[in-house]
Every structure is written in structure tokens, then in C-alpha cells.
Design a protein around this ligand. Structure first.
Ligand code: MN
Ligand code: MN
Length: 325
């Protein structure tokens, strides 16, 4: 269950309203790399690992809850940046000054004009945040990556934190408001923190590469296909040993000829690796058995209950107020 604290996690402030930046900041409210996406992604991922990995369930729920707190900070900042819009709209009986071309370019007129950079602020949300990105595209659950396997999900999260971080970095360039910059720096920094927390959590699961269970086919795991007629650039991605499996890279320069000579890559033996079809098959079987047991042994199939509560005798007796008797 959730509690709501009336104070924000960070003391978000703005020097003065700025509807144009409010629109840009929507990117981190309802955008594809924003706080709602992060919160929902970790929240949804947590359910599937509750039984077998209760420590990671805790981590995911804690960070999800912090991301909701970030969403709150971003929403509050957008609202502060739009201060005045709603009040002006409530002045329903009067026409907006900005509509009168004879009124000149007063400060308020100019300000409301800026709010029109996002028409939704004016004619839909009435001067508050909307669950959209900065272009008004509605938030979607399709932003959420949750695949029921922590070696996959935690990597999705490391990628998500990287993207959230760079969007804050870009946003900082578009405001001169020192208060807003402070808030953005705080939010950006927390994504750096989360990156490391997810990476550390991934390290606690061994083996964690390749993602998932199956080890792949040793005939193909160390092939580098040069896909152009010219020579390919070289680097650790095609020279020496591969980073995780420690296999020697095999460069295939004449791909068409190679594919034809191997009957479409089917008549060939693994090279540059000690792994064979048999060792891989054994590892698949062992890891599948271990992981499946890990989850099954921790997952009841009858009388299923999510939470443990205090014992009956420990329960506090409810006092019924005398007036109600
Ligand atoms: Mn965040
Ligand atoms: Mn984060």
C-alpha cells in the first residue's frame, strides 16, 4: 500500500512562471523516458520476482516509489511554471487581454501567449500538466518494458536510466532559472544512482549472461559478419576475445561465399570457442532446472497470499466509539 507525504522529496522551486519550459518539461512527466514510464516499469517488473527474489522485489518497489516521487516533483514544477494560467482562464466572463490586439504587449499578455506554445495547457488541462510528452503525444503502456526475467529487466532499467539522465541533461540547457536547474540536477543525479543500483542487482544474479536461460548456438556466438564490400572497422567487437563468453572473434569477410559454402550456415562446426553443442545443451538443462526450481520452490500453488500480517493475537482490538453503539 502507498502513503502520501504532503511534502515533495526535493524542495522544488521556480523563480518565475515560464510556460514554454513547462511544455519541454512535460517530456519527463508523460514522455517515453520520463518519470511515469520509470515508475510503472519498475512497479510492473517487481510483481514477477516477488517470490524467488524478494530482495530485488524490494529494490524495484523502492525505486518505483522514488520515481513516483520524481513524477510528483516534475508535475509540481510544471504547475509552478504555469502559475497564473488557470486563474486567468477562470476569469471566464472577461475576454483574455491577449485577444485584444489594441491592448499592447503587456507582461501578462506575453505570458499567456507563451502558454499557447502548448495549446493543451490553455484549452484542455487549464494550466496544469497533462500525461503526454512535450509534443502532446499521450503516454502509453508500450513505454513499459517488463519481461519476467531479471537478467533482462534489470538491463532494460539500466538503459532506461541512461535515457532519463540524458533527457535531463538536455533539459538543463533550456532554462535559465537556477531553482529549476537545481531540481533538474537532483533528478538527473538520482538516475545515475539508480543506474548503479540496477547494475549491482544484476551482478548478484549469476550467471546473468546471456540474458535469460538458453546459451545460444556456439557456431554463431563469435562470428563477425562484415556486411559491406569494403573492409570493416576493427575493434574489440571483432578482434580478440568477446567480452562475456570469452570466445575468439571469427571475421567472415566473404559472407555470400561463406553462406553458400556452409549450406546457409547449417553445415559448420563451432570455431574459436571451447563450447560445443553438447556442453551448451548441458548448461541449458542445468540452468533451466536451477532457475525453474528457484522460482517454483518459492511460489505456492494453493492458499496463495501476497503479504504476511501480524498474528491474530497481536492484532490491535478495534475500539468502537461510544457514540456508535
Ligand atoms: Mn527519476
Ligand atoms: Mn531512476
Amino acid at each position: 500500500m502507498f502513503f502520501h507525504s504532503k511534502e515533495l522529496q526535493y524542495n522544488a522551486r521556480v523563480s518565475k512562471p515560464d510556460p514554454r519550459f513547462a511544455r519541454l518539461l512535460l517530456e519527463q512527466f508523460g514522455g517515453g523516458n520520463g518519470e511515469l514510464k520509470a515508475a510503472m516499469q519498475y512497479f510492473v517488473q517487481a510483481f514477477s520476482c516477488k517470490n524467488a527474489y524478494p530482495d530485488k522485489y524490494d529494490l524495484l518497489m523502492d525505486i518505483a516509489t522514488e520515481e513516483f516521487s520524481h513524477l510528483e516533483i516534475v508535475g509540481a514544477t510544471i504547475q509552478m511554471l504555469l502559475s497564473g494560467v488557470n486563474g486567468e482562464l477562470k476569469n471566464a466572463a472577461e475576454s483574455l487581454e491577449m485577444m485584444d490586439p489594441m491592448e499592447g504587449k503587456g507582461a501578462k499578455e506575453n505570458y499567456i501567449h507563451q502558454a499557447l506554445y502548448n495549446s493543451q495547457f490553455c484549452v484542455l488541462t487549464g494550466g496544469g500538466p497533462s500525461v503526454t510528452d512535450s509534443n502532446g503525444t499521450p503516454w502509453t503502456g508500450a513505454y513499459v518494458n517488463a519481461n519476467g526475467d531479471l537478467t533482462v529487466d534489470l538491463r532494460s532499467n539500466i538503459a532506461a536510466e541512461s535515457r532519463a539522465k540524458i533527457v535531463y541533461e538536455y533539459l538543463i540547457k533550456f532554462t535559465d532559472d537556477e531553482y529549476v536547474k537545481d531540481t533538474l540536477r537532483f533528478l538527473m543525479t538520482r538516475e545515475i544512482t539508480h543506474f548503479q543500483q540496477f547494475e549491482a542487482a544484476l551482478d548478484t544474479i549469476q550467471p546473468n549472461f546471456p540474458p535469460g536461460i538458453l546459451q545460444g548456438d556456439p557456431r554463431y556466438s563469435n562470428l563477425y559478419f562484415n556486411m559491406s564490400p569494403e573492409e570493416s572497422a576493427t575493434g574489440p567487437w571483432n578482434q580478440g576475445c568477446s567480452s562475456r563468453l570469452g570466445e575468439e572473434w571469427q571475421n567472415i569477410d566473404e559472407l555470400k561465399e561463406y553462406v553458400e559454402a556452409t549450406n546457409g550456415l547449417t553445415d559448420m562446426e563451432p570455431t574459436g570457442t571451447e563450447r560445443t553443442q553438447d556442453t551448451v545443451k548441458n548448461m541449458d538443462r542445468e540452468l533451466a532446472r536451477a532457475r525453474s526450481k528457484e522460482v517454483k520452490s518459492a511460489t505456492p500453488t494453493e492458499n496463495i497470499q501476497w503479504s504476511a500480517y501480524k498474528d491474530e493475537e497481536e492484532k490491535v482490538e478495534q475500539e468502537v466509539p461510544a457514540d456508535c453503539l
